[in-house]
Design a protein around this ligand. Structure first.
Ligand SMILES: [Zn+2]
Length: 81
């Protein structure tokens, strides 16, 4: 899948990537929201590079599991549907 099409599946906002905090504020998208029992919900954000990597991992995992790969859900584990 083209990167542009992949990126269009997500909403991008400036933020801190969970894997690259040292890069500071970059283009990020929310891939998961953590809801701790105590305290406020916390968004987990990933940069474009990480989203591409996560989508590639997801696609490989989908092939392993023999399930359909759907782009645009980088933060949703395939085997926990
Ligand atoms: Zn990143």
């Amino acid at each position: 899948m083209e990167r542009k099409k992949l990126f269009d599946l997500y909403e991008w906002d400036p933020g801190i990537c969970f894997r690259h905090p040292d890069r500071g504020v970059v283009d990020t998208t929310v891939i998961r929201t953590l809801r701790p029992r105590l305290g406020p919900a916390e968004d987990v954000r990933a940069c474009r590079q990480c989203v591409v990597a996560m989508e590639a991992e997801r696609r490989a995992r989908a092939r392993e599991l023999g399930v359909e790969y759907e782009p645009g859900q980088a933060g949703t584990p395939l085997d926990r549907h």
